[in-house]
Design a protein around this ligand. Sequence first.
Ligand code: RB5
Length: 151
Amino acid sequence: MAFELIGVASDHGGFCLKEAVKEHLESLGYTVMDYGTNSTNSVDYPDYAAAICKGILDGHISRGVLMCGTGIGASIAANRFRGIRAALCHDAYTAEMSRRHNDANLLVMGGRVIGEEVAKHLLEVWLNTPFEGGRHQRRLTLIEWNSRKGE
Ligand code: RB5
């Protein structure tokens, strides 16, 4: 496997899953940048979403995994950042398609929704699935253009 630096981040609701994801990524040979949080003490998920999104947009990490309790708040917050394609996934099929069709650069999971083993499995699927490009690239370009309308 080529060297790849991957980010992880979560709020308190995703903290336990983040720790499991981090350990699993390291066991697979990835280098991991941890953007916090560092405990189950209550924090605000938009801050952790912003930190990992900036890491991707600044080129410090190639892609990332973000978690909160449901994954919903984190994915809403992350998709406000232009250039971030955050995919909230609960199963391997959506994880695979988020790469093939959407070129997702941020995998989002709900720490209170899925178990660790399911999360590890869909993480591996997500890491190993390429973007198909072609008509899907045209659609991603449309997302970018449309998001600029009205500025
Ligand atoms: C925190 O209690 C919880 O609201 C958060 O982790 C997330 O689920 C929000 O969408």
